[in-house]
Design a protein around this ligand. Structure first.
Ligand SMILES: [Zn+2]
Length: 244
């Protein structure tokens, strides 16, 4: 009998997912050897593949590298509302991302960031994104396409509600991808967020963001918070390892 509240996730992480992880971050990751992730600089991190899945609310606070890969992000138009606790990308191993992007509390993230013009053909706004993994350059390719969309779609994008923010996610205590300069929130006034819609423990899914916008981000390796049970429809973050 499954544990109450257990996440709908496999107990182990496949070799394919681990290979995809290494391939997703070629500047940083070298190989997987047994249960160890080997970085290009020789750093070794335990993956945790042999440990069983825990309840989602436990994994989200202390995700192993294996936990980070237990769910898969499906690109393309959403088929259904997300299943209970199916929030692919919300599990993040803090040591993994601090190693890759820096520790924002120690100033390690901002020195790797640069300014990017958000929707320059539409409105004047400067956002800050990390150069690590070419996130800033990828976002510029996203912006080039977003800036060609019709006005009815640009209304969801302008202004951006922000990128870099050295903070933890309120309900988990774990840094979000905003703390690494690798996430963006689009127009908050056109967005929906699970914590605004949560009543008596049940989350009523809601979204207004058209998929044409999401598809442009997905093509550059950004996942969308609108595909999460804990939905955050203004939110995109660079997570190429999550794509199925
Ligand atoms: Zn966000």
């Amino acid at each position: 009998m499954p544990l109450a509240g257990a996440a709908p996730a496999a107990a182990t992480v496949s070799a394919d997912r681990l290979a995809k992880l290494v391939a997703s971050y070629p500047d940083h990751l070298a190989a997987v050897v047994d249960d160890i992730l080997v970085w290009r600089d020789g750093t070794r991190m335990t993956i945790g593949s042999d440990r069983p899945a825990r309840a989602f609310e436990d994994m989200v606070r202390s995700a192993t590298i294996a936990d980070q890969l237990r769910q898969t992000y499906q690109p393309g138009p959403p088929q259904d509302r997300p299943a209970r606790d199916e929030s692919p990308g919300r599990l993040r191993n803090t040591a993994f991302f601090v190693k890759m992007y820096g520790d924002c509390a120690k100033g390690g993230v901002t020195r790797l960031m640069r300014p990017v013009a958000w929707m320059p053909k539409t409105a004047s706004q400067t956002i800050q994104l990390t150069n690590v993994n070419d996130v800033a350059a990828r976002m510029e390719r996203v912006i080039d396409l977003l800036d060609r969309l019709p006005d009815r779609l640009k209304a969801f994008l302008v202004p951006s509600a922000g990128t870099y923010n050295c903070r933890v996610v309120a309900d988990t205590g774990v840094p979000s991808m905003h703390a690494y300069g690798a996430a963006i929130d689009i127009h908050v006034g056109q967005s929906d967020y699970w914590a605004w819609a949560s009543r008596r423990g049940e989350i009523a899914y809601r979204n207004r963001i058209p998929f044409e916008i999401v598809a442009i981000f997905e093509a550059e390796g950004f996942i969308w918070g609108g595909k999460w049970y804990h939905f955050d429809t203004m939110h995109f973050e660079y997570r190429p390892e999550m794509f199925g």
